[in-house]
Design a binder for this molecule. Structure first.
Ligand code: AKG
Ligand code: FE2
Length: 336
């Protein structure tokens, strides 16, 4: 509680506004694993009402993921402290793998660029035993592999629970379009936000909804904010030890007939004195999977992925011209 209050006032100091904290529900992973009806119902409610929730990983089934997270954080600290040349050895030849420096996408404030650098590892490539990575990080492939394997089990357990809760059968079940041996854009993304404040040129992570199906997110530090469906104000997601933050992405929202919510979120700088590390496992559907998007078009998962990354790079004035950045969530229409 003490940490919570201190961080809140820290934020108010930098932002000059009262910091509101989002009252997110917590879902227990161990109970989902055994398909306990009450927990599965709670999961469905979270995904329908806001699309953001905590996942409690402190039980025996989730603790290994928490260990994987700590090991990955060590690897990230080593990587991000390397020279720009070492980190940028392969650049980001495609969205699946590589490194991108600060300032590649639009930032959280109008007319700024983003304030993070990012390392990406493709699940398909790790699964095939041939990830494309900068040389300095190749020794850490085992750490990526373990993190990805744990994340895969956890996110697919949630997909199975959601399919059950929505009474989906056969090919309509969400897992049926997330088969491991079918190509997808599923990616592990590691972020380092540089210490900045809101008046600098490269700051935070712009508002958006996630592209894919489910995002498993870890950060021990403040900065993540959500805008609940049907509202227009930002609330902080408090870091919670022993928990991941899960959010529904556009692809799962579309696959559910827009019943599940892919909530708008962003990252603002909280502490101008320290780096912020976060880890996101983006579970995405098979590339060929088709659904109706926020503009009413039939589109494949890979096409939505590619178009959305193009929009992330555009200046803010261009981004507002269609609904791609926020997946159609900004209209405020909440499907209950
Ligand atoms: O860094 C974070 O906490 C969130 C990152 C995020 O929302 C994203 O990359 O989609
Ligand atoms: Fe996101």
């Amino acid at each position: 509680m003490a940490i919570h209050q201190e961080s809140t006032s820290n934020h108010a100091k930098y932002q000059n506004q009262p910091a509101k904290i989002c009252d997110l529900q917590s879902v227990d992973f161990s109970r989902l694993l055994s398909q306990e009806p009450e927990e599965v119902d709670k999961l469905l409610r979270c995904c329908k009402e806001i699309g953001f929730f905590y996942l409690d990983l402190r039980g025996i089934d989730g603790r290994m993921m928490l260990e994987d997270e700590q090991e990955l954080l060590q690897v990230m600290r080593g990587f991000f402290s390397a020279t720009a040349v070492e980190k940028n050895e392969i650049g980001l030849p495609c969205q699946a793998h590589g490194f991108e420096p600060v300032g590649t996408h639009a930032g959280v404030v109008e007319n700024t660029m983003d304030g993070y650098e990012i390392l990406k590892v493709s699940r398909d490539e790790v699964s095939a035993g041939s990830p494309v990575l900068p040389s300095i990080i190749k020794k850490d492939i085992r750490v990526f592999e373990e993190f990805i394997a744990s994340s895969n089990i956890i996110t697919k357990t949630m997909l199975a629970c959601l399919s059950n809760a929505l009474n989906l059968k056969g090919a309509d079940r969400f897992e049926a379009s997330h088969r491991n041996d079918h190509k997808s854009n599923t990616t592990l993304a590691m972020f380092r936000y540089v210490p900045t404040n809101l008046s600098e040129n490269c700051v935070g992570h712009q508002k958006h909804t996630d592209i894919g199906s489910l995002t498993l997110l870890f950060s021990e530090q403040w900065g993540l904010q959500v805008m609940s469906p049907g509202t227009t104000s930002w609330e902080f997601v408090a870091p919670r030890p022993g928990h991941a933050v899960i959010n529904v992405g556009d692809s799962l929202r579309f696959a559910s007939g827009h019943v599940l919510q892919s909530c708008i979120h962003q990252v603002v700088p909280m502490d101008v004195a320290e780096d912020r590390y976060s880890i996101a496992y983006f579970l995405r559907p098979e590339s060929e999977k088709k659904y109706k998007d926020s503009e009413g078009r039939w589109i494949s998962a890979s096409q939505w992925h590619d178009e959305k990354y193009e929009v992330f790079k555009r200046p803010h004035v261009e981004q507002v011209k269609d609904s791609i950045l926020t997946g159609g969530m900004e209209s405020g229409t909440k499907v209950a």
